[in-house]
Design a protein around this ligand. Structure first.
Ligand code: ATP
Length: 342
């Protein structure tokens, strides 16, 4: 059974003032997050990502549908029972949410006290957690004395204090610079592989998904418009929203303005070929061109790595005898996805 399971979940926020309309934040979501995976949820602002995650730890209650977390159906549970469920869930936030008037040590102590961890065990556990996130020497510091990346590492240590089965990360790297983002993502990857903790990660950045997620769900207007293994979504996006997100990292082909500039510099017929891991070797493709004396220039595109697998889109300008160019394009079409660039 999946660690987190949503079936037909809807969340409607009723208006607080007269004249306002209800807001459908989650609109019929089915979702399975399997034990041990890093599951990314991507979407623009207002898509419903935060609400979805808040439903998992029961900070919000579903209007319709069922939610199962770690084998327990949480819809309909009382507050006492929910507290137990929440002990199995850690959470980290964009703005870290540390207690600024407490030291790093006390920030991590707090959840241990709440969970009733015996006093004798607390100190050792804090040292273990700080060592895991590489901040053993910062125990006596206050959050204000730490960098953003260090604060988030404290946030991670605190979230892991009670050995949760699931870690929820809500835009956990959005306030960090690119280098620090990579450090925090590397730490989250260790949380997943070394501690076996399942992670649900919300983001609006596709780069975060590419770097660490195994699976991804794309949200739009409260719905999941597409979900699946990260490589599949990157290499063959189906929904418009997915295509837009993927294109922030990998362009399907040159954008109109880029194309204009390319046309000024290159002559010939433009085609974009989609290269996918396991497809025909590039040399075989280029051999089709050479055999027909078609000259080609690589004018746009690149090769990407997602989950250790490669794919990319390359735009070529082809020149030569029109009949030979036509024959070469026909031959390429039998081997790869090819799009004419107009
Ligand atoms: N407590 C609430 N009361 C009323 N409406 C809410 C509440 N929380 C969220 N919403 C609405 O639900 C919709 C989804 O919001 P949510 O915060 O889940 O989106 P999001 O994808 O996380 O956006 P962001 O990336 O900006 O945080 C939005 O229209 C939002 O205004």
């Amino acid at each position: 059974m999946a660690l987190v399971e949503f079936r037909g979940v809807r969340k409607v926020f009723e208006p607080t003032k007269r004249g306002e309309k209800p807001v459908v934040a989650i609109d019929g979501v089915d979702l399975d997050v399997e034990k041990g995976e890093i599951f990314g949820i991507v979407g623009y602002s207002g898509a419903g990502k935060s609400t979805l995650v808040r439903l998992v730890n029961a900070l919000e209650t579903a209007t319709e549908g069922t939610i199962v977390v770690n084998g327990r159906e949480i819809t309909g549970l009382g507050e006492r029972e929910l507290r137990k469920v929440r002990l199995d869930i850690g959470m980290i936030f964009q703005q870290f949410n540390l207690f600024s008037s407490s030291t790093v040590y006390h920030n991590i102590l707090y959840p241990l006290q709440v969970a009733g961890v015996p006093k004798a065990e607390r100190h050792g556990r804090i040292a273990e957690l700080l060592s895991f996130v590489g901040l053993l020497d910062k125990a006596k510091h206050y959050p204000d004395q730490l960098s953003g990346g260090q604060k988030q590492r404290v946030g991670i240590a605190r979230a892991l204090a009670t050995n949760p089965a699931l870690l929820l990360a809500d835009e956990s790297t959005s306030a960090l610079d690119p280098e620090t983002t990579q450090e925090v993502l590397a730490l989250l990857q260790r949380v997943n592989t070394e501690l076996g903790i399942t992670i649900m990660l919300i983001t609006h950045e596709m780069d975060v998904i590419r770097t660490i997620a195994h699976k991804v769900a794309v949200m739009e207007n409260g719905r999941i418009v597409e979900q699946g293994p990260v490589f599949d979504l990157f290499s063959d996006p189906q929904a418009d929203a997915t295509r837009r997100f993927v294109s922030t990292l990998v362009e399907q082909g040159p954008a109109p303005r880029t194309l204009e500039h390319l046309r000024e510099r290159h002559r010939g017929r433009f085609v974009t070929i989609a290269l996918r891991e396991g497809s025909v070797p590039q040399s075989e493709l280029f051999a089709e061109l050479v055999a027909r004396e078609v000259r080609f220039e690589l004018v746009h595109g690149g090769i990407e790595d997602v989950q250790g697998r490669t794919f990319g889109n390359l735009t070529l300008a082809l020149e030569g005898d029109p009949a030979q160019v036509e024959a070469a394009v026909a031959a390429l079409r039998t081997k790869v996805d090819l799009t004419e660039v107009d």
